[in-house]
Design a protein around this ligand. Structure first.
Ligand code: ACM
Ligand code: ZN
Length: 625
């Protein structure tokens, strides 16, 4: 019995991979759906095609869908509520009651005379539409008004995880409202459904709180250190002008939240406490342990004394006021309160913090941190919300009932410890999902931290650690990529860091591991490059920049050179004589030896001979430290 089950399983895996291999040249949807059954024939989408929606979704989706179809296909369709007298040349979205679809799943059937999409929910209908959009040829808009052919097929689909997220940090560098709206629009095309918004940190408080105006009149602005390295910036001097910054008014927030709601994106605000609070302390110095010091918003990386007092009751009263307004503004059931990298130096010498420690029989300042976070947790739950915190909130006595965002790795293992301890957990791995790191050879990248997280590394990430039991694994809510803002001074650089890595994580969050396929994904990314370009998104092509590494033998004066491409669906050519590689140069197949001081150059070309990224250069030399 067991053997026959195994055989059936193996046959279906083989059959499945056979279909995908055949189909992946044709059907490029990111994230890869659960099943795609390609049929013969095409649906022809033209100016006569009519689109029908359930009446309850008309108000939210009619304009959105019309605009997207003009944008994607150059076709102006009429959108109306379901009309059962029409049966041909239509796209029908139907709300059903089929439990197999779940909250976000759908079925999309393309027949030669009509398209029928079914789902239980708004989210499912929205997701079906996103898959349909990606079936429209990426260059269709170049021929406006011309009919578009969509292959006949049946897609049945639902996500692996409920949390498929992106975090943006707009404290370190404020970005305009229009930028935020644009990113929500782009990520929602890939069924990313959570936007975690890091709104406060040492370098700026970015959200208007009506009862505390100083947070944005003072806390949103800092002294200008443009052009000086982030980690070497001098502190602001007393009386210095504070021209750098900005904030989102409550009207802005409402507009952004509504825009996101239409796009099935939930916005989770983060107010980072009790550390990372220099801007908060600059605005309201009474929240500090050190009443003898005056604070300014940090100008860059160095932010000592950035923790607020956990001893005084006024701290908790103040935070309750912030949470009250945040809870009103954001319909999400979650509020993220940070809790990371809490520097406790001020606490150890603060009489109020020490008093709090003693009165509550706390063993140490780690336990004062869990006391603080537990108090904040109850403020959050009193407002009917669930608290999320970075994994440091597990320290001390932990914070039962909170959700852990597991970011640390190497010396720490919150990705395992949190679900084992019974916490609902969101993976935000700093080794795989921190997309503020470079994505190719560093010298060709914009300034960033030193790590390299190429597209494939994001794609290959598996959010459920193997060692977890099924029950523990069930506590993993999903995964997100995080773009920290230290080195993203403007929208163009932000987008360069975001795309295409956001697409890789979209698939990590949606697609079951068995269906993931790096090669197929790369073809799909290339097709989506055309859409991103059409939509004026500044994506990165670093996946085409191979890494050249070597191990040198200083005695023999020789090195073993390896060229590691991220993108591996094209051809990699190299030279060792200082000239630029062309398609006539040697094709890279395996590691080779080269003498010291050799200049190795490598580049990826497509089958048409087009250079796809940069020519990467690496001199084989020993750099003495
Ligand atoms: C973090 O990276 N400090 C959450
Ligand atoms: Zn204190």
């Amino acid at each position: 019995m067991r053997k026959s089950l195994l055989i059936t399983f193996l046959i279906s895996v083989i059959a499945f991979s056979f279909t995908t291999k055949q189909e992946y040249q044709k059907i490029h949807i990111i994230p890869q759906p659960e099943s795609v059954d390609l049929k013969k024939g095409y649906f022809t989408f033209n100016t006569e095609t009519r689109l029908f929606l359930p009446e309850e979704f008309l108000k939210d989706l009619a304009t959105y869908m019309t605009e997207k179809i003009i944008n994607d296909a150059g076709i102006n369709v009429s959108v109306a509520k379901c009309d059962h007298s029409v049966s041909k040349n239509m796209i029908l979205f139907e709300k059903t009651d089929d439990s197999t679809f779940g909250n976000e799943g759908y079925q999309l059937e393309i027949l030669s005379d009509k398209i029928v999409a079914k789902a239980n929910t708004y989210a499912g209908i929205f997701n079906a539409f996103q898959s349909l959009r990606q079936l429209i040829p990426a260059n269709a808009r170049q021929f406006p008004g011309k009919s578009v052919r969509i292959p006949c097929l049946v897609i049945k689909d639902h996500p692996r995880f409920e949390w498929r997220g992106l975090m943006l940090d707009h404290s370190r560098h404020f970005q305009p409202k229009e930028f935020v709206l644009k990113q929500i629009d782009v990520i929602s095309s890939y069924k990313v459904n959570k936007f975690h918004w890091h709104l406060t940190d040492d370098q700026g408080w970015r959200i208007e709180i009506k009862r505390y105006p100083n947070l944005t009149t003072k806390g949103a602005w800092r002294a200008d250190r443009t052009g000086i390295h982030w980690w070497s910036r001098e502190f602001a001097k007393p009386g210095e002008p504070m021209p750098i910054g900005g904030f989102y008014s409550q009207e802005d927030i409402k507009q952004i939240v509504e825009y996101a709601r239409i796009r099935n994106v939930e916005i989770i605000p983060e107010i980072d406490l009790p550390g990372h609070s220099k801007a908060l302390k600059a605005a309201y110095p009474h929240l500090s342990c050190r009443q003898d010091l005056l604070f300014e918003v940090s100008t860059g990386g160095r932010s000592p004394n950035n923790t607020i007092c956990a001893g005084r009751e006024t701290t908790y009263e103040f935070i309750d006021g912030v949470i009250a307004e945040i809870a009103e503004l954001f319909p999400s059931k979650y509020i993220h309160v940070g809790g990371d990298e809490c520097n406790k130096n001020d606490w150890t010498v603060c009489p109020e913090c020490n008093k709090r420690l003693k009165e509550n029989h706390l063993e140490n300042f780690e336990e004062l941190q869990s006391y603080f976070i537990t108090r904040i947790n109850s403020l959050v739950t009193q407002r009917g919300k669930t608290m999320i915190g970075w994994d440091e909130i597990m320290s001390g006595k932990g914070t039962p009932g909170a959700i852990i965002m597991a970011w640390r790795r190497n010396r720490y293992s919150p990705e395992v410890d949190a679900p084992r301890a019974g916490y609902q957990t969101i993976q935000a791995s700093y080794t795989e999902s921190y997309i503020n790191n470079h994505q190719g050879p560093a010298y060709l990248e914009p300034e960033a931290p030193r790590g390299i997280i190429p597209l494939r590394k994001v794609y290959d990430y598996e959010p459920i650690p193997k060692v977890l039991t099924e029950e523990e694994a069930g506590r993993i809510m999903g995964t997100q990529v995080c773009l920290w803002g230290e080195f993203t001074p403007n929208p163009g650089i932000c987008e360069l860091m975001l795309y295409p890595r956001v697409l890789a994580n979209a698939e990590v969050g949606w697609t079951r591991p068995l269906l993931k396929d790096w090669k197929r994904f790369q073809y799909a990314v290339e097709e989506n490059f055309i859409r991103l370009e059409r939509d004026k998104v500044n994506f990165s092509r670093s996946t085409y920049n191979p890494m050249i590494t070597f191990t040198a033998d200083t005695v023999q004066k020789i090195a073993v050179v390896q060229i590691v491409p991220d993108s591996d669906i094209h051809d990699l050519f190299y030279t060792v004589n200082g000239t630029d590689p062309t398609t006539k140069s040697p094709k890279y197949k395996a590691q080779f030896t080269a003498g010291l001081n050799t200049v190795v150059k490598a580049a990826i070309f497509n089958k048409k001979g087009l250079l796809l990224g940069n020519i990467v250069t690496q001199k084989i030399e020993i750099i003495k430290k």
